[in-house]
Design a protein around this ligand. Structure first.
Ligand code: GDP
Length: 458
């Protein structure tokens, strides 16, 4: 039997041990499995308490089972659910009992979702939303994924496709209608109006999506500065854990260390760069090169220097290319605050050429001024991400297709007057692109890459 036709099972709830665990079985043999192990098949969608037994009649667990006859199930196939006690021994015995049956096997990651998709239970944008949801780290990412799962983008794409088909039908009707000569104006004009409106809408959605994609990836903040400025100490304090090695010797943080933070629901990646300085050590030089590269592509640079002004000058490539650089003077505990009367924390922002600069004075070691820095970072993240509420085009695949579709529609508009067959053909291409967004055509290659990212049991 082809693996796609086999019956699959997986733990669909969290990692054991847990109070209750849900094991799902999907496929033609789900009913047989249920009858064998639970001794009966309950009416569809009604919970039934039963004693589960393995292949030699030994009791597995006192459990609750559910039966969903296909196609009215999550996957569209026959589905059985076993709600058992979530101990490893119980689960292992149940898995063994299931696996002992011919053509019943453990599911691959994402296989349940894939079957749901293949049976028309969800479309591709919904499947991708589910994938994002499973992998969402922060609350905002989760909400974004939920919106996509609810089919916001899918709904919109379906509507666009419908309108495109309408426009296309108008043109095609015209071609049939006017056997020779041109399609009558009163068919072309409304079709082209529709197309112009559609293109505008797609472009608007695309513009909003750049920000949405950022939400998926998160904001990158590089902590840079001369060796011993206290970068690792600051990173540790921000991450509130021992992520980087703090050492009193210069140049010990040779590599780049990343820490992922959740600041008020915003996903932030903090990068601690190696001490950026001239060096003859080839290993260290490589570290310096990578640090410069990574910091240069960050969305915000925190430039750390000793409070006495040592290393305060900003080297290249920072401060170029419009990336904001905040200057953070560290070790205020050493330089004595009383002398200049300045308090740690945020100093006034100065606006030089290029990106605005903010100044902070902190003690990474003692924590003075760090709260202000975190507050400013959170505010920066909030502005950077924008509200993040409206757009739903979080995947590169969607954006690429939408870009192609917008270009295809623009081309359609340009073709008007050059032959209606050409216009009709270009429209067919646009319709197909929309279909691809929804996963109706040309999907096998994207399916494989999408579903292998899923957790087993989804
Ligand atoms: P990096 O090379 O920039 O990552 O610097 P580290 O974080 O390794 O710190 C270098 C040294 O400075 C260590 O001995 C730290 O304990 C010390 N240090 C870091 N921040 C402060 C601070 O705010 N005050 C004082 N007194 N020492 C600090």
């Amino acid at each position: 039997m082809h693996p796609r036709e086999q019956t699959i099972f997986a733990l669909s709830s969290g990692r054991p041990p847990s109070a209750i665990a849900v094991v799902r079985v999907s496929g033609a043999l789900a009913g047989t499995a249920l009858a064998k192990i639970a001794g009966m098949i309950p009416p569809a969608r009604l919970a039934k308490r039963v004693m589960l037994r393995d292949q030699i009649g030994e009791v597995i667990d006192d459990a609750v089972v559910l039966w969903f006859a296909g196609p009215a199930s999550a996957t569209g196939e026959d589905v059985a659910e076993f709600h058992v006690h979530g101990g490893r021994a119980v689960l292992n015995t149940l898995f063994a009992a299931l696996a002992s049956m011919d053509n019943v096997r453990a599911a691959e990651p994402g296989e349940f979702t894939r079957r749901a998709f293949e049976n028309g239970k969800i479309d591709l944008t919904e499947a991708e939303g589910l994938d994002d949801l499973i992998h969402a780290d922060t609350d905002r990412q989760r909400r974004q994924a939920l919106r996509q799962l609810q089919g916001l983008l899918g709904d919109r794409a379906r509507e666009w496709r419908r309108q495109l088909i309408e426009a296309s039908a108008l043109i095609e009707a015209g071609i049939d209608f006017a056997e020779e000569g041109d399609v009558p104006e009163d068919l072309v004009t409304p079709a082209m109006e529709k197309i112009a409106r559609l293109r505008h809408e797609i472009e608007k959605t695309l513009a909003a999506s750049a920000q949405s994609e950022r939400l998926r990836d998160g904001l990158t903040v590089a902590i840079a500065g001369p060796p011993n400025a206290g970068k690792s100490t600051l990173l540790n304090r921000l991450a509130r854990r021992e992520a980087a090695i703090v050492s009193p010797y210069a140049g010990t943080t040779r590599d780049i260390i990343e820490v992922h933070l959740d600041l008020d629901g915003y996903p932030i990646t903090l990068i601690d760069t190696a001490g950026i300085r001239d060096t003859d050590d080839p290993v260290e030089r490589e570290g310096v090169r990578r640090a410069q590269e990574r910091a240069a592509s960050a969305d915000l640079v925190l430039w750390l220097a000793d409070d006495d002004g040592e290393g305060a000058r900003l080297p290249r490539p920072f401060g170029e290319g419009g990336v904001p650089v905040w200057r953070v003077r560290n070790k205020v505990d050493l330089s004595g605050l009383e002398t200049d009367g300045a308090k740690p924390g945020h100093l006034e922002a100065t606006c030089g050429q290029g990106a605005p600069t903010k100044h902070f004075r902190i003690s990474a070691a003692l924590g003075d001024g760090v709260e202000e820095l975190v507050a400013a970072l959170t505010k920066f993240a909030g502005e950077w991400f924008g509200s993040g509420e409206m757009a739903a085009v979080t995947r590169l695949r969607h954006r690429n297709i939408l870009r192609e579709a917008a270009a295809s529609l623009a081309k359609t508009e340009r073709l008007v007057g050059q032959g209606d067959e050409l216009v009709a053909e270009q429209l067919r291409i646009s319709v197909e692109l929309m279909g691809r967004l929804l996963g109706r055509v040309d999907i096998d290659n994207i399916l494989d890459s999408l579903f292998k990212d899923f957790c087993i049991g989804k």
